[in-house]
Design a protein around this ligand. Structure first.
Ligand SMILES: [Zn+2]
Length: 241
């Protein structure tokens, strides 16, 4: 009898541990997949759109590479959205201004894009978002209303911070994995394989590979009668206040 009792006690500890583990895994998954809309309703794609429009989005600039991206967008007469990091705007104010001048949209991507994003307190997240907004206003004269979370992380603290700052979250539904993969063909195929009107494509302007595949991607869009537009136009929302 005693042996059976010990066995069941032992078993219940393992079941408890398993439940905790599954719960933590669940939290991790819903916090890092902005497109699931678990904590915040994000704009991830517009499946109801009736035109052949998609939105190319570039995160983590402005950096030197951004200039090549701007030149290609101009060559193909397409518009895009740039989710900028505040400290990069400070470092490259002229490139930042050029993005605005050429008619593309700017969104908030925090001041420092810290790797500790998932562990920050609500107040610190608010500071990160506001600091980026302040710099964008100082340099470009625009008050950003859209936000893309670094690493796609939306946890309850980010959710509370966004309630206070009032930013609209822009996610994506096509992830290129340009920041982690190193095969140009693979990244390009991943993007164009299932492309459809209303898609929001996640790219990074600080990645040299992105610049190298962009011309082929734009050529594909052009020959298939797609147009890249700003996300505020894709969703009919306001980019600035
Ligand atoms: Zn980022």
């Amino acid at each position: 009898m005693g042996v059976i009792l010990v066995f069941f006690q032992f078993l219940s500890i393992w079941i408890l541990l398993l439940v905790v583990l599954v719960y933590l895994l669940f939290l991790l998954l819903v916090s890092t997949n902005v497109q699931w809309n678990f904590f915040v309703k994000a704009y991830n794609s517009n499946s109801r759109i009736e035109t052949r429009e998609i939105a190319l989005t570039f995160d983590d600039g402005p950096v030197e590479n951004t200039l090549q991206i701007l030149a290609l967008l101009k060559k193909f007469d397409m518009k895009a959205s740039f989710f900028c990091i505040g400290k990069h705007i400070q470092e490259n104010p002229a490139i930042f201004q050029q993005i605005i001048d050429e008619g593309h949209m700017i969104g908030n991507h925090t001041f420092s894009h810290t790797r500790k994003m998932g562990f920050l307190r609500t107040q610190k997240i608010i500071e990160e978002i506001n600091h980026c907004n302040d710099i964008a206003f100082e340099i470009g004269g625009i008050r950003l209303k859209t936000f893309r979370p670094p690493f796609g992380i939306i946890n309850p603290k980010v959710m509370r911070a966004l309630h206070i700052t009032g930013h609209q979250v822009i996610g994506w539904n096509v992830r290129s994995y340009d920041a982690v993969l190193n095969s140009k063909n693979f990244i390009l195929k991943r993007i164009i394989k299932n492309i459809k009107p209303g898609d929001v494509i996640l790219l990074h302007d600080n990645n040299l590979l992105t610049v190298e595949i962009l011309e082929q991607l734009l050529l594909f869009l052009q020959t298939n009668n797609y147009r890249s537009v700003r996300v505020d136009n894709l969703f009919q929302i306001d980019a600035y206040s």
